[in-house]
Design a protein around this ligand. Sequence first.
Ligand SMILES: *Cc1c(COP(=O)(O)O)cnc(C)c1O
Length: 383
Amino acid sequence: MLPFIDLATQQARIRPQIDAAIARVLDHGKYIMGPEVAQLENELCEFVGSKHCITVSNGTDALIASLMALEFGPGDAVITTPFTFFATVEAIMSVGATPVFADIDPHTFNICPDEIVKAIVKTRQDGRLRLRAIMTVDLFGLCADYESINQIAKQNNLLVIQDAAQAFGASTPDGRRAPTHGLVGTTSFFPAKPFGCYGDGGAVFTDDDELAETIRSIRVHGKGADKYDNIRVGQNCRLSTMQAAILLEKLKIYQSELDARETVAAMYSQHFKRLNEQQNHDATIGVPQTPADNQSAWAQYTLRLKNREQIAAQLKKHGIPTTVYYRTPSHLLGACRKLGYETGDFPNAELAANEVLSLPFHPYMNKETISIVLTSLKTTVGR
Ligand SMILES: *Cc1c(COP(=O)(O)O)cnc(C)c1O
């Protein structure tokens, strides 16, 4: 079986540096909030162009800490996408707030600005919830349409919270990098994400001094002047020094990996476009679309296929693994049942859930591995 994501090649590339970084932490022994944590936060700020970075224990806690700092709770509503990993929705619900879904744009898989406007009108007319924010997700590494979303947010007095767990460092036409498009943005360092560590990790980014200070407090049990001066109810959600040390080494090669991801994606797309031109209409492959002047972080390379299950089974026979992100849109998950949504509420998200198929993808795919996937897919789609 071909690997779906290859983390071993990256590790081999920087293994001596990783070993040395871990050894330095073992030598100084500051396992919690050691010097690597602050250094990483500074370097991440520089990389994405943010004033503050607060590293935390994972991407879910990054969202929860942000919502806690902004005092979201029961009665508050947050507009978000139904086509995401459940953690986005879970964070909103875990602070007691209510997710209000808005359907996706079928071309980008990201939340659709027009649908956000509809959700705002509907929620405000209904009047039961206090609508306070839009939580965007940069799905598969591609930034949401922030030009439109930020304008809508401003007009409607809503905050923008950006879940860039899959898109760290991705950029929009204005040159901004995820997660710096909203008031506050988060990412995840889960190993399989574009910028991953060797365990759990995450971070929050903001330019707001007060918000940053509150999130730093929440990260350590709501500390005030020190850990034993507790001024609010927080959490324990620090990033470990060991993971920070590993991430510092990985950051040195991250831009080259983002560039390599772009190259691999372009090779895939070029081939599929050519294949589409040769095929009859029924066999059309939905190639991922990146709006002009966006650079995706390519967390996944995801096709749309009418006969997904058949193609996935055929590829498996050829030793090619594939994955479906996500088979069930959030509004239809058991955990969201109490929100009262039904099949048919978000047709674009539901159709995407039935058609998406992610191919093996990582920055270290070479021409040979890419062509193994392509050849198998060509024989499968062609039949
Ligand atoms: C992975 C992911 C998260 C959660 O990150 P963890 O570090 O696993 O907690 C949140 N949102 C999205 C969109 C993700 O893909």
